[in-house]
Design a protein around this ligand. Structure first.
Ligand code: SIN
Ligand code: CO
Length: 390
C-alpha cells in the first residue's frame, strides 16, 4: 500500500513522461503535488536554516550592480539569526536534505515513483521574499521544482553546455543570457515544473515563497571504480600474474605489450562472473550512500512501545533521508542501507525491508511474525520511521 498518487496528470502516463520528457524537455504539472500546500510556512524554514546541523546557504543580492564587484554574496551554514538582520530586499535561503528534518515531506518522493529511488538525490527548499531569486543558471541534474507556499515566476531558456560562460567573480554559477525564453509562467502552491539537466532557468519569488526542489543524481563511473577498488583490493585472485617478456629487455622499461596484457586481464575479470558480482556490489554501495551525514533520530521507542504503536494503527515506512535499496538476482535478494550491504538478514526480514524500500507502508499484521527488536533496530538506524497518522 502506498498512499501518495503520482504527480503526473491524467493525460501523461509515467511511460510517456520517461520517453518524451525525462532528460529532454520541461513539463509543467499544474497541481501535481497538492500535498505540499500549507505543509510548511516560511517561518518553519527560517528556523531550520539556523539549526546547528542544517546544510543551508544564504544568498544575498546587492540592490544594484557595480562594475567589477560581485552582485551576489553567499554565506554557508552554520547560519545564525543575526545573518538575517538588515538584509537587502532580495535574498534567498536554501536548505538541503529536507527529508532529514521531515519524514512526511520525504514521503512525497512517492509522487515521483517513476524515478527509481537510487536516482534521487535530496529535497532542497528555498525561501525568498518578493523579488528574491538565485539568478539565471542551469543545473547538471534533473529537478522537479514544486511550489509549496506563495508563488514564483519561472522562465526557461536555452539548453547550456560545457562552453556556457558564467558571470565572472560571482560566488555562484550564473549567466546573463538565457537565449530565447521558451516558458514563462507563475507557479502557485501545489504546481510542479520538471526541468531537465542543463536547461537554463530563472525563478523569481512573487511574494513570500517556498519552492521545493526534488533533485536527482547521476553517479559518476569513477565512483564505481573507486568502490570496486575498496571491495576487491585485497582479493589475492585479482593479483596480476608475473608477466615476463619473451625476450630480454632493458630493466628500466615497462613495455607497452605488458600494459596491454594487464588491461586485457582487467577487462576479462570485469566480464567474468566475479566481475559481475563485484560490480553489482560496487554500484549498490555507491548509489545507496547518503550525501549527508546521518542524524540519528533523537526519540527512540522501546520494543513494547513500537508494538503498541503498530497495534494502534501506526505504520512503518521507509525514511527517505536514508537509503534503503535492494538488488534481486536469481537466487536471492540483497539489501543495502546507506552504502553498506546488510549481511545476515533472515529471508522474512529481507522481504519486509524490500517492501519498505519500494515505498510500502507496513502494518502490525505485516511485521507481527518477526522479531520486533530487529524492527526497532531499523528504526534506531533511521532506515524506517513510524507514521502515527495513517
Ligand atoms: C530556487 O528554489 O530558488 C532555486 C531552485 C533551482 O533553481 O534549482
Ligand atoms: Co536550478
Amino acid at each position: 500500500m502506498t498512499s501518495i498518487p503520482l504527480c503526473l496528470t491524467d493525460s501523461i502516463t509515467p511511460e510517456q513522461f520517461l520517453s518524451e520528457y525525462w532528460q529532454k524537455k520541461p513539463l509543467l504539472i499544474k497541481q501535481g503535488l497538492p500535498q505540499l500546500i500549507d505543509m510548511f510556512e516560511p517561518e518553519d524554514m527560517l528556523g531550520l536554516a539556523v539549526e546547528e546541523d542544517a546544510s543551508a546557504r544564504l544568498l544575498i543580492q546587492a540592490a544594484s550592480k557595480h562594475e567589477g564587484l560581485p552582485q551576489w554574496q553567499l554565506k554557508k551554514s552554520p547560519l545564525s539569526e543575526a545573518d538575517f538582520d538588515n538584509l537587502p530586499a532580495q535574498w534567498t535561503v536554501l536548505v538541503q536534505n529536507m527529508e532529514q528534518w521531515s519524514p512526511e515531506l520525504g514521503q512525497l518522493w512517492q509522487a515521483f515513483d517513476f524515478i527509481p529511488q537510487w536516482q534521487r538525490d535530496d529535497i532542497m527548499v528555498s525561501f525568498a521574499p518578493k523579488g528574491g531569486s538565485v539568478g539565471k543558471h542551469y543545473d547538471d541534474y534533473d529537478v522537479f521544482l514544486a511550489q509549496g507556499y506563495g508563488s514564483r515566476r519561472w522562465q526557461l531558456g536555452k539548453f547550456c553546455d560545457k562552453g556556457t560562460e558564467f558571470v565572472a567573480n560571482e560566488p555562484i554559477r550564473l549567466f546573463d543570457d538565457m537565449g530565447e525564453i521558451i516558458f514563462d509562467e507563475i507557479l502557485e502552491a501545489g504546481d510542479v515544473l520538471y526541468v531537465p539537466p542543463k536547461l537554463s532557468h530563472f525563478g523569481v519569488a512573487q511574494d513570500d515563497c517556498l519552492t521545493f526542489s526534488f533533485g536527482c543524481r547521476r553517479p559518476n563511473l569513477m565512483q564505481i571504480i573507486d568502490s570496486l577498488a575498496d571491495i576487491a583490493t585485497s582479493d589475492s585472485d585479482l593479483f596480476i600474474p608475473m608477466l615476463l617478456p619473451q625476450t630480454l629487455q632493458a630493466s628500466g622499461a615497462l613495455q607497452a605489450d605488458s600494459i596491454d596484457a594487464i588491461k586485457e586481464q582487467l577487462l576479462q575479470m570485469l566480464q567474468s562472473k566475479r566481475g559481475d558480482d563485484i560490480i553489482r556490489q560496487a554500484v549498490l554501495e555507491v548509489v545507496s550512500k547518503r550525501q549527508y551525514d546521518v542524524l540519528v533520530p533523537e526519540e527512540t521507542l522501546d520494543t513494547d512501545e513500537l508494538m503498541q504503536a503498530l497495534m494502534d494503527g501506526a505504520t512503518l515506512q521507509a525514511d527517505y533521508s536514508n537509503r534503503l535499496l535492494y538488488s534481486q538476482t536469481n537466487d536471492a535478494v540483497t539489501l543495502y542501507a546507506n552504502g553498506q550491504r546488510l549481511d545476515d538478514l533472515e529471508n522474512s526480514a529481507a522481504a519486509l525491508l524490500s517492501r519498505l524500500a519500494n515505498g510500502e507502508h507496513l502494518t502490525y499484521q505485516d511485521v507481527k511474525d518477526i522479531d520486533l527488536d530487529e524492527v526497532n533496530e531499523w528504526l534506531e538506524n533511521g532506515w524506517v520511521w513510524v507514521n502515527y497518522n495513517e
